[in-house]
Design a protein around this ligand. Sequence first.
Ligand SMILES: [Zn+2]
Ligand SMILES: [Zn+2]
Length: 277
Amino acid sequence: MPGTDVAFIMVGSGGVRVNPRRGGTSQIVDIGGRPFLIDCGRLAVHNMVNFGYPVENINDVLISHLHFDHVCDLSDFAILSFNNRRPKKLKVYGPEGTDRFMELGIRQAYQQDIQSRIRSGKSPASMDWDVKEINESGVVTEGDDFIISSLQTAHGGLPNFNYRFDVGNLRIVITSDTEPDDALVDFSESADLLVCECSGTKQFLETQGWGTWHMNPQSVADLASRSGAKQVVLKHLVIENFSDDADVSEKMAEEIRQDIKGEVQVGYDGLRIVFHS
Ligand SMILES: [Zn+2]
Ligand SMILES: [Zn+2]
């Protein structure tokens, strides 16, 4: 619907290891004041609050996959929003295993904490949530002015979903960690913003046992040029933990710029891109 302000916020642009310049993977797509959190890696809670999104005001969470660098701050997110008297029920979308993760990894693991806070007057309702597990590509949820869709791609043998936000004519695609996949081209067609993982150079990834699970500058450029994405933001910059070159990510961006028409930038924590759909 025309007239909706949409903002993308990079909450955390890093990967698996501690990177002093970057939190773990996490993003927000804010549709007309309704924020959707996509993944919740290390430092996500700290960053999202600093970037203007109190945890208790985020009611919709989408999980790409259950690698810890994408979900390790979910317990902080859930318990802190309970502590802060979350007014609306949390809805969590994610792959098979998400419900178990929320129950065992948060509700049961923090049982003593939760009970003690309830004794001090906190409401059990603020700890309540609905989990909707996604088993196939398709529409995840929709509202009057938006549709959120998922695309399953291969990554490390886990159930794994990329997400797309269509708001009127505006299209934002947030990839998961993913093997290069032709299906991402259609999924990202004419995207106004493609937020894409780029874990390292092809040469670097070839030296890693997990390297085939990920995107490199060439596969990002291929995806961006074939889909016609207008703007690309890189994230999940694992290579920074293995390289002495402080400009290694900027060099990956430069490599992609050689091949595509759209804008390319290296994501950073706090990056905010605003659209008027
Ligand atoms: Zn990851
Ligand atoms: Zn992963």
